[in-house]
Ligand binder design. Structure first.
Ligand SMILES: Nc1ncnc2c1ncn2[C@@H]1O[C@H](COP(=O)(O)OP(=O)(O)O)[C@@H](O)[C@H]1O
Ligand SMILES: [Mg+2]
Length: 334
């Protein structure tokens, strides 16, 4: 549905997007992830025909972005970083205005304005002035204008930025409900966003593509060493966590054992293997042969955050860390 090849954008002195290529399949929600300044907005503006690339080609829904921009625009709904809302317009009036720009008219336009207002939960403010809306409502009006012409492709630039946690959840739900009939690229610098909303991730850093894969594969791929959580229970006598830890540490292939907790004669540990060693069988045997019960043995999921840091290098740690929820809620809500 979307193909990008060798896309490059140079501003006067900044190489904002550096030869990136990726593909997005129909019906997918793809997270476009990267710290601030990575080149996300620039890429999205190129895909939506608002900005010419310096080099490279992109194709959306079968049309070349440079050669057939009108065809591309018809098939794309775009939520820019700051949606262009006219403060003195009413919501319904604005959506009707945008619909006309997209070539719609008459009763079908009126019906569609009603539909998207329902879908984006803004029907109750349809005669309010845009300038009087809260940030959450403004963002949903931004989404409503993006889908007004029912485009197959949606490009959403940081759709949850500046929203409070409740609004973030509502927006995520809305975006998920749009998947299926729509192919969606959403950009974000907040990692959990991608884990919770997207099937596929494209990670960029300093204009370069760092990785593109499914969330699932990324998590597997980044893990060269095995990491498991193990819970051991004392059978006849009280369990001594230290003894268990020492026993686990002597299992072949184990590089590290971290004690987590002891509760009701059960102790749990996180165990990491040496690179490319499989340790689960030996761990299980060691526990049982020592006369303990093996209650649980499961792989720990690697968070996208860890993967991201691994892929982009530790120097990005500051930029990549998601802001605390409170900061999002209080700092940017207007
Ligand atoms: N209009 C512009 N003129 C010059 N430099 C720009 C312009 N827009 C963005 N940049 C630079 O390009 C880089 C990528 O920016 P952007 O695409 O906005 O990143 P992101 O959306 O990932 O935060 C940044 O270094 C930014 O400062
Ligand atoms: Mg941006």
């Amino acid at each position: 549905m979307i193909t990008v090849k060798g896309l490059t954008k140079r501003y006067a002195r900044t190489l904002a997007v550096d030869h990136i290529s990726f593909e997005v399949q129909k019906g997918q929600i793809v997270g476009f992830l990267g710290p601030n300044g990575a080149g996300k907005t620039t890429t999205m503006r190129i895909l939506t025909c608002f900005l010419p690339p310096t080099d490279g080609a992109s194709n959306v829904a079968g049309f070349d972005v440079l050669e057939q921009p009108l065809e591309v625009k018809k098939r794309i709904g775009y939520l820019p970083e700051t949606p262009p809302l006219y403060p003195e317009m009413e919501v319904r009036e604005y959506l009707t205005f945008v619909g006309r720009l997209k070539g719609m008219s008459g009763s079908s336009l009126a019906a569609r304005v009603g539909e998207v207002s329902e879908r984006c939960a803004i029907a109750d403010v349809s005669s309010k002035l845009l300038g009087k809306l809260s940030k959450g409502y403004r963002q949903r009006v931004g989404l409503a204008q993006a889908i007004i012409h029912n485009p197959p492709v949606l490009i959403l630039d940081e759709p949850t930025a500046g929203l409070d946690p409740k609004q973030i959840n509502e927006t995520r739900e809305l975006i998920r409900s749009l998947a299926g009939d729509h192919t969606i690229i959403l950009s974000t610098h907040i990692l959990p966003e991608v884990e919770q909303t997207c099937q596929q991730v494209i990670i960029i850093n300093k204009g370069k593509l760092v990785a593109t894969d499914s969330v699932h594969n990324l998590q597997n791929r980044a893990r060269g060493a095995e990491s498991v959580v193990i819970e051991v229970e004392g059978r006849d006598s009280a369990l001594d966590a230290k003894t268990v830890q020492h026993r686990l540490e002597t299992v072949s292939g184990v590089s590290r054992v971290v004690f987590k907790e002891t509760l009701n004669n059960r102790s749990s540990f996180e165990v990491e293997s040496l690179q490319d060693r499989s340790i689960r069988g030996d761990l299980a045997r060691a526990v049982v042969e020592s006369g303990w019960n093996l209650n649980e043995l499961r792989p720990t999921a690697m968070s996208l955050e860890e993967i991201f840091l691994q892929l982009t290098g530790a120097e990005q740690a500051g930029a990549a860390a998601p802001p605390p929820v409170e900061a999002v809620a209080q700092g940017r809500e207007s």
